[in-house]
Write a protein that binds this ligand. Sequence first.
Ligand SMILES: Cc1ncc(COP(=O)(O)O)c(C=O)c1O
Length: 396
Amino acid sequence: MSSDWRVPGFTSTASLRPEALFGPAEPGTGGPPPERVTRAAGCRVWDEAGREYVDYVMALGAVALGYGHPAVNRAAEQAIAAGVVGPLPPPVEEELAEALSRHIPWIEAVRFFKTGAEAVAAAVRLARVATGRELVLGCGYHGWLDWCQGGGVGGVPAATRALYAELPFNDAERSRQQIREAGDGLAVVVVEPVVVEEPRREWLAVLREETARVGAVLVFDEIKTAFRLAVGGAGERYGVQPDLVVLGKALANGFPLAAVGGRQDLMAGVARTWISSTLATEGVALAAARATLAVVVSEAVPAHLHRVGTRLLHGLHRLQREHAAAVAGVGGVAEMCFLHYASDGVSRAVARGCAARGVLFKRTAYNFVSLAHDEATVDRTLDVLDDVLRSAAHQL
Ligand SMILES: Cc1ncc(COP(=O)(O)O)c(C=O)c1O
């Protein structure tokens, strides 16, 4: 029996369940993979039996410096010693806001949240306040809340669904057409700037031009990409400035924090709506985020992720050539990448085979490198993948 019976589906996102990582148990696919981890440090984690793994899940991209980074831990410990919460917000809230706007200049003002889903919902709310319109076009994953759910999710009112439509990633012409058709009903376009592949500059330019043209707000959901592709995420790497940006995941290196920031006039809309969360300004995650940002900048973390991630990505392409029957392709960018397997059976066998050899490598988007992954670790991982792919051939 799975150990999750008192916590149905485990509490966190579906992507962190053992079945998501390894697939349902099957005979002949190696020993039992880990169900829970008890400790994490750098790029390594340990399971309940004390077995060690090199990890590429990295808490689904919430950790870019490595688990338990000492400078981040120290800042968090000081915030714990200072009492965690109080009757008024701590100074670190403003200090972090200032640091973010220094390094991501289009963040003129910012509000903090505990989860990414809340922060993207706040961006959409602010866009609706600013425009007095309701329609939303979205692209990518933006969390579990009602406003962005497609057809398959139960419990979402039809009236809410009717206000949301999907925009096609990287399709400049259809995106232009959809934005024009929504016209003066369109409040906001919310996009993940990287979905499996790099965005075309032309697509980003169309989003920027066409939203401005119809008077809608452009939001970049940089929850996975900020502090990873560049400090300022895809907006910085591809040179396109959104009106609002949403940050999360790597923002506090695993401590729960997300943020929406951007144009001062849009952020001022908070006074005309109700956006509130009791623990949004608890001091531990804010202090962790301030320390994280300092390390991201001083250690040029995005450059490290690009270098080490490029080695991994090139290695995955080589594996695809050498195991063409088992690997159908390579997805993602250097900083977050994965293999497309020829079948579900192969993907399960590879994930389980890697776990049996001490590597946690995701079957689907994305595997993340961190500051704690170095070239030697990546090379060993590629050797493990090579071995495992060879023995996974029987799944074909
Ligand atoms: C791009 C993006 N937006 C929003 C979210 C939702 O964030 P959270 O799970 O913290 O609510 C995620 C989470 O994976 C994400 O990747």
